[in-house]
Design a protein around this ligand. Structure first.
Ligand code: PSU
Ligand code: MN
Length: 315
């Protein structure tokens, strides 16, 4: 393990070696492991996703808070620790507002998209792979529930490869919010914003690009111009793994009613809805979730490789 320039940052040997050699690195989040999927699928998927990234010629860096340190790159044992259901209560979901507290208190934490982007930037990693981003919740005009993932995308220079966002959110308002903050939403081989379990949402992306090289040139140009902030790279779930939109919508409607009836609020809203959707769809949604994350890992690694080449050539 190697300490970073920021004393809270600790790199695994694999990631430290990749940094020294200038190899492409891909960040991965830990909320999806600790709170997003059941054990042992979560840990198995985390390992398989890392292997996909290695096979594409990049180095995976799963990010989590362990013992008051930002760990960039985790061992098999650490992935297992994060994924164990009995540890769940001791590994809270950590977003931007929580980061300083868990570090100062020497605690553990699972990083959300927002917190993982912050840590990736501190570690000099430009590409981050996840399943779905947080967004503007349905009914946000009453609750003001807007994920800190969106404000992070507005300010932190990391490209986020995802399968869009779950339809538990108001996808139209989520896209409006991103537009206001100047965050480009790029469809990978699609001009429609994907809805996580489903390939289509009815909402358009801003642009559509067809190769990792085109994506790399795009983000390289954005940051080269000094245009701060992230990029959403929306990669639809493979056709064979996608779910039926009507089934998903009816399950989400039920999950939302339950959340309302139980008065779920704040950071508990997203995990509650994810949990209910998972339970109400049985194993199918979990299979789809695993498939789309792996699909994103492949693209993210290809983008990191292409971005390293683009930065070397530099326009
Ligand atoms: N959406 C998913 N799966 C997830 C999450 C979102 O489909 O696991 C997690 C991510 O870590 C994301 C976080 O950053 O939930 C958003 O939480 P909130 O809405 O409380 O900001
Ligand atoms: Mn929220």
């Amino acid at each position: 393990m190697t300490q970073g320039h920021v004393p809270w940052l600790i790199f695994s040997d694999e990631v430290a070696a990749a940094r020294a050699a200038g190899k492409p690195i891909v960040a991965l989040e830990s909320t999806i492991i600790a709170h997003g999927m059941p054990y042992p699928t979560n840990v198995r998927t985390a390992r398989e996703v890392e292997d996909i990234i290695r096979r594409e010629g990049a180095v995976p860096a799963t990010i989590a808070i362990i013992g008051g340190r930002i760990r960039v790159g985790l061992s098999e044992e650490e992935l297992e620790f994060l994924g164990r259901p009995e540890h769940r209560a001791d590994i809270p979901k950590v977003s931007r507002r929580d980061l300083a507290y868990v570090l100062a208190q020497g605690c553990n934490g699972a990083t959300t998209v927002a917190a993982t982007m912050i840590c990736a930037r501190l570690a000099g990693i430009q590409v981050f792979v996840t399943g779905g981003i947080g967004g503007v919740h349905r009914g946000a005009e009453r609750t003001m529930d807007i994920s800190a993932d969106l404000t992070e995308l507005a300010q932190t220079d990391v490209a986020v490869v995802c399968a869009g966002a779950k339809a538990i959110l108001d996808l139209g308002l989520t896209l409006e919010y991103l537009e206001t903050h100047g965050v480009p939403v790029v469809g990978y081989r699609t001009s429609e914003f994907p809805a996580f379990y489903c390939r289509r949402s009815g909402f358009a992306t801003n642009f559509s690009l067809n190769t990792p090289e085109e994506l790399a040139l795009f983000v390289h140009t954005k940051w080269g111009l000094g245009l701060r902030g992230g990029v959403v790279i929306a990669n639809p779930v493979p056709e064979a793994d996608a779910m039926d939109p009507e089934e998903v919508e009816s399950v989400i409607a039920r999950a939302l009613e339950e959340a309302e009836a139980r008065d779920i609020r704040g950071k508990d809203v997203t995990p509650f809805l994810l949990d209910r959707v998972k339970a109400l769809t049985g194993g199918r949604s979990l299979e789809t979730n695993v498939a789309l994350v792996k699909n994103n890992a492949k693209l993210g690694a290809q983008l990191a490789v292409a971005l390293a080449a683009a930065s070397r050539e530099s326009v």
